[in-house]
Design a protein around this ligand. Structure first.
Ligand code: NAD
Length: 227
């Protein structure tokens, strides 16, 4: 079976009703990134950060995977699929994908401030100021904030290095180091990018499908069937 690796970003979940950060009407218009997605923000105002992610978790519980998440799960019939997602939502899991690398953490998990290796499943429940992990330290969202290391990066790069097909969907390729994963593709790897915004990428074997995620995935399925 051929290896198909997906790199997904906030845009794939937009049609499920979860806002992206950068688009107009995105979350950055309501919050400052440094306030809610950095360790400095955490030490400045833990309550704000905890509440920001509690809201995201409550919103996630009410949403469902869309046709793009489901099409990616369906590709497992014909390909060995690895999903690398920058998203902290669980919509790929709920759509049925089985091999998922969460580069930036998961909303449904928490960890202590001291220990970033042990995580705790919290489902869609809130975290409260004063909630502690067994090590006695405050629980924080299991989310990789700007400036923090990305422990899953190496596993993701290895997967990209083995890809026959690399599909990038719903990401502006602005957030590093995730955006750099494209450089791990091997010669001959076919690269598709699905995003409504135009991209200029000077790479061989590159095709952009300039569409929203659900329509773009339909077109991609047609291309893959034809080839
Ligand atoms: P980003 O920089 O990857 O930008 C979002 C991209 O999605 C843009 O390129 C935009 O053109 C595209 N897009 C918008 N609507 C789309 C649609 N319907 N179909 C396909 N593409 C669409 O991401 P960001 O929003 O700036 O987020 C920064 C970080 O925060 C990333 O790590 C991101 O994954 C994370 N985040 C996660 C979620 C989530 O878990 N659902 C939501 C917001 C942000």
């Amino acid at each position: 079976m051929k290896n198909l690796v997906v790199l997904s970003g906030a845009g794939i979940s937009a049609e499920s009703g979860i806002k992206t950060f950068r688009d107009s009407n995105g979350l950055w218009e309501e919050y400052r990134v440094e306030d809610v997605a950095s360790i400095e923000g955490w030490y400045k105002n833990k309550e704000l950060v905890i509440e920001f992610y509690n809201k995201r978790r409550r919103e996630l519980e009410k949403t469902s995977p869309n046709e793009a998440h489901k099409s990616i799960a369906a590709l497992e019939k014909d390909y060995h699929v690895t999903v690398i997602t920058q998203n902290i939502d669980d919509l790929h899991e709920r759509a049925g994908s089985t091999e998922i690398i969460h580069l930036h953490g998961e909303l449904t998990k928490a960890r202590s401030v001291k220990n970033d290796e042990k995580t705790y499943d919290i489902g869609y429940n809130d975290i409260h100021p004063g909630d502690t992990a067994p090590d006695g330290d405050q629980l924080r969202p299991h989310v990789v904030w700007f400036g923090e290391s990305v422990p899953e990066l190496q596993r993701a790069a290895q997967a990209v290095g083995k890809a026959d097909i690399f599909l990038i969907i719903g990401t502006s390729l602005n957030v590093y180091p995730a955006a750099g994963l494209i450089h791990y593709t091997r010669p001959g790897c076919r690269i598709y990018l699905i995003d409504p915004q135009p991209f200029r990428l000077n790479l061989e074997n590159f095709t952009q499908i300039q569409e929203k995620a659900t329509v773009g995935m339909k077109k991609l399925m047609e291309y893959l069937t034809e080839s």
